[in-house]
Design a protein. Structure first.
Length: 333
């Protein structure tokens, strides 16, 4: 169990990251490539990416484990690749050494290269810089417009929940296995760890790549960071659409299902109306339930689904204009 202890000041300093963080997404994409429990949504992406993974980026595999808990100095919050690389290179030497020791002790063998990184060897850091650039170009750059559009829609959606239900409900709804016990945020995790925020606050970051348990990182300076799986993972993100923000957030199929469920329907009804399999409907309604957008109830052999008030609010707050439709709650930033 991971327990994050909040003070009153911490609760007042819970914020949403205003833009996607490229190095964080690169680290989590590298972790996802190594996971065996990746799930069907990412299976094709993983197979294709492993075939095309740039050789120059392979040193990242020495640093980033499948758990996603790689070196914190490698994934700072940054607005762009260049800014992120500057932050990586300016990381305090003591922090780099301690972080590499943690990673190598927990999940990665120490290699000659990681040893030289810890010793601040210039050539070793050049290898890291080349690996990060190659990884970004190969894994992130082709999908960055989709990642950004999904991120903006996600932030708008979380902003609606924050406005309607408050900070505690918004944080508890980020992912399964998160709950409040007083001012302690409990996160289901195989590691037993206590984190005292002690006034530093907490920043929330959705990831289009990560599907595992939420991750919490505590940096030497600034707020702690909680990374959670975005509502819609990268393989289901559509190309950016100026006319259908709900589809940008949920993906076309899930948006269509949610629209149908303004009236109660069975799994069979939805499959027939959208021309997809019942197993696909079940998978999508499960994701919508996890996002608290629909509820489901079994009656005999049938499973009935319908919108929650939150799901209905998402649909009805999308208003038509001459140019199309737009989400009424803007992204936070």
């Amino acid at each position: 169990m991971l327990r994050v202890h909040f003070t009153l000041d911490d609760l007042l300093q819970v914020t949403l990251v205003p833009t996607p963080a490229p190095l964080m997404e690169l680290v989590l994409a590298t972790a996802m490539l190594q996971r065996e429990d990746i799930g069907p949504v990412f299976t094709r992406w993983r197979r294709r990416t492993l075939r095309t993974f740039p050789p120059a980026a392979r040193p990242l595999l020495e640093l980033v484990p499948a758990t996603g808990r790689g070196p914190l100095f490698l994934d700072p919050l940054s607005r762009g690749l260049g800014d992120g690389l500057d932050q990586v290179r300016s990381s305090p030497a003591a922090f780099v050494r301690a972080d590499l020791q943690r990673v190598c002790t927990a999940s990665r063998p120490q290699t000659s290269w990681t040893t030289h990184l810890a010793q601040q060897d210039h050539d070793a850091w050049q290898v890291l810089q080349v690996a990060v650039r190659a990884g970004y170009t190969g894994l992130l750059a082709p999908a960055w417009d989709r990642i950004t559009a999904g991120f903006d829609a996600e932030q708008a959606w979380r902003g609606q929940i924050l406005a309607r239900h408050g900070i505690r409900a918004m944080v508890a709804g980020l992912s399964q296995g998160i709950r409040w016990r007083g001012v302690v945020l409990e996160i289901d995790s195989p590691e037993d760890r206590e984190i005292q925020l002690a006034g530093r606050g907490l920043t929330l970051l959705p990831s289009a790549f990560w599907t595992g348990r939420p991750l919490v990182g505590v940096y030497p300076h600034g707020p702690a960071l909680l990374v959670y799986p975005a509502v819609t993972p990268l393989p289901l993100l559509e190309e950016p659409s100026a006319t259908d923000p709900v589809s940008t957030l949920l993906g076309c199929t899930r948006a269509s299902i949610l629209a149908l469920l303004t009236r109660q329907r069975t799994t069979t009804d939805v499959a027939r109306e959208l021309g997809i399999s019942k197993s696909s409907v079940s998978e999508h309604t499960k994701a919508l339930r996890q996002a608290r957008l629909v509820v489901s109830q079994r009656e005999g052999q049938a499973v009935w689904h319908t919108c929650t008030p939150l799901g209905l609010s998402l649909i009805t707050k999308t208003s038509a204009t001459d140019e199309g439709t737009r989400l009424l709650v803007p992204p936070l930033g």
